[in-house]
Design a protein around this ligand. Structure first.
Ligand SMILES: [Zn+2]
Length: 310
């Protein structure tokens, strides 16, 4: 009986949740003084990673996860750590696995900051992202997502009292990407500009731009990176991710030169990518899409999103 009780208390403490509540859909990790990463769990209930920065007079949140339940759990963790107001939410890009919980953060008081292209894309292009897997419920939810309050195509500095947070526009993942750094903690929230040991979604991307952006990521030695997917990362993980993209581009190029396309191209590339990156989790579905999008980029037929006028 006592052992049962102790086990239950340990479970509740680990989950960071009060008795009777579901365990968190992410693991909360402190990555600097007052800087936290919410890392999606193995069941992918959060859909992506997020994080937050506690300053003198408020909190800035980076990304809102996929579901409103996950976003509510994130707000709960912020409330457990600080009573300071949640003042800002930065969306790193429009994809629903990062913006799905936006309404919860806005309800909690956040002004939503995003790249200027996100306003035109968040309620429409997310439907395409899910393709035939979309349900009527998900479609309705996407079409009701909040539009960002502050949009920019320039870098911004957000001051949380004396704490400086830098929001930068970068190229590569969607055509409307922001990254967020906390210089005093040497932390960089990369959104989907960095994935750790899981294949990136190239649907809207340009691998050429992406590699150039990530080459400049380690401006300060010892930086901690919070990727969009996968665990907290360091400079070796950035190099590993860049070599993944470089290998993909090279192998897809070799396969095309040998006259392969479609499934035959995927069958040529997939085993070589798995051999080169044995510690990555590379599903058949993910590699098939990556090969398709990489081949389109090399052929000059890759579809990129077009900015919508305000
Ligand atoms: Zn994304």
């Amino acid at each position: 009986m006592i052992r049962c009780l102790l086990a239950f208390v340990a479970f509740a403490a680990l989950g960071g949740a009060a008795a009777g509540q579901a365990p968190l859909p992410f693991v909360l990790k402190q990555v600097g003084p007052g800087v936290y990463a919410a890392i999606d769990g193995p069941e992918h209930k959060a859909g992506s990673n997020a994080g937050f920065v506690v300053g003198d007079d408020g909190v800035l949140v980076v990304d809102a996860l996929f579901t409103e339940d996950a976003a509510r759990a994130l707000v709960g963790e912020i409330r457990r750590i600080t009573p300071k107001p949640i003042r800002y939410l930065v969306n790193t890009h429009y994809h629903a696995d990062h913006t799905g919980g936006d309404a919860v953060l806005r309800e909690a008081g956040a002004v939503i900051i995003a790249h200027k292209n996100v306003r035109g894309w968040v309620r429409t292009n997310n439907v395409d992202l899910f393709g035939e897997r979309i349900t009527p419920e998900l479609k309705a939810r996407i079409e009701a997502l909040p539009l960002p309050d502050v949009t920019t195509d320039k870098d911004l500095t957000v001051w949380l009292g004396s704490r400086k947070v830098v929001v930068e526009t970068v190229l590569g993942h969607t055509g409307g990407d922001l990254i967020v750094s906390v210089p005093d903690a040497k932390v960089l929230f990369t959104g989907d500009m960095l994935w750790r040991k899981v294949p990136p979604n190239l649907i809207d991307g340009s691998v050429r731009e992406w590699l150039a952006t990530d080459a400049a990521f380690e401006r300060v030695a010892g930086t901690t990176f919070v990727p969009g997917h996968g665990d907290v990362a360091d400079a070796r993980d950035v190099a590993d991710f860049r070599s993944y993209l470089t290998d993909l581009r090279r192998l897809v190029g070799e396969g095309r030169k040998a006259g392969r396309n479609g499934d035959a191209l995927t069958e040529f590339v997939a085993p070589k990518m798995r051999a080169l990156h044995p510690d990555w989790t590379i599903s058949d579905r993910a590699i098939a899409f990556e090969v398709k999008y990489m081949a389109a980029e090399l052929a000059g037929t890759k579809k990129r999103l077009v900015p919508v006028p305000d």
